[in-house]
Design a protein around this ligand. Sequence first.
Ligand code: ATP
Ligand code: ZN
Ligand code: MG
Length: 308
Amino acid sequence: MNMIDSVSAQEAYRDELVAAGLLIPTGVDGLYGRSGMFEEVVERFDALVTVWGGADGAEVMRFPPALNRKYFEESEYLKSFPHLAGTIHSFAGDERAHRSLLRRLEEGQDWTEDQVATDVVMTPAACYPVYPTVAARGPLPEEGRLIDVFSYCFRHEPSIDPARMQLFRMREYIRVGTPEQVMEFRETWLRRGREMMGSLGVPLDIDVANDPFFGRAGTMLSNNQRDQKLKFELLIPITSEEKPTACLSFNYHQDHFGHLWDIKTADGGVAHTACVGFGMERVALALFRHHGFDVARWPAPVRSVLWG
Ligand code: ATP
Ligand code: ZN
Ligand code: MG
């Protein structure tokens, strides 16, 4: 399939999802409302993740989809992904500036120049608020920490691919601890992720991956990430067989976040971290793609896994 074919397949599938009412268009690529049926699948899948991960006793944390700007700055996200970040700006002018804003708006000119950065930035991945939070508690206990989060995430990557949204939800488990604890967590989830998604009757593949690091220096970071097998993705075909979509991600950050926020293990070492991320909309889209747009007609085994 060449580039043009894959783009038109994405557009065609988006149109089908919109026609079926599963996605509600907003006029912006990558920004959708969703139907009750779509949301029910998201909720049932979220519950399934808890079935597979709940017994580990993770500490549940729920954050709004925005980060303290200071944490965002410390995270070095801007070094790697400046093109994806979404900062929240707000009007901070006086009455004169307000009149000028309204005039520019009226005249169809740029009215955003008096908008200034606030203290909050959109969350780019659900695990970002966790590291500074864990760091603030002091050294880790012997057993390290395991955290469960769920959040909307923002990435500025507008696309006609219905599986590449600008605002989407990510459930994650995050392990913070010694390199051994963290590697074991990732091995466990690579195995579980395959079994769990297999039980949903979708074709899948797990492969080494890299993040879309920005610029020429980014190419080196991407290659390094692949060579060291720091990132795996569980891929399911949605709009293309040749280029299946990453629905789950398994990331090992080594001591990157441990260094940034000075997270220490019980014996004084720098903490390592890893996370497993479940792309809620992508998993729902994969299920609709392979089992059809009407959940009542999904295969009985799949229905029973999700609805019990
Ligand atoms: P991709 O390679 O397709 O850009 P990713 O590998 O960058 O995705 P991660 O950063 O690992 O994605 O995010 C964790 C999970 O969040 C992914 O496995 C995916 O399911 C989901 N996800 C990432 N980006 C998007 C998006 N733009 N729209 C919907 N879901 C997404
Ligand atoms: Zn993460
Ligand atoms: Mg990827």
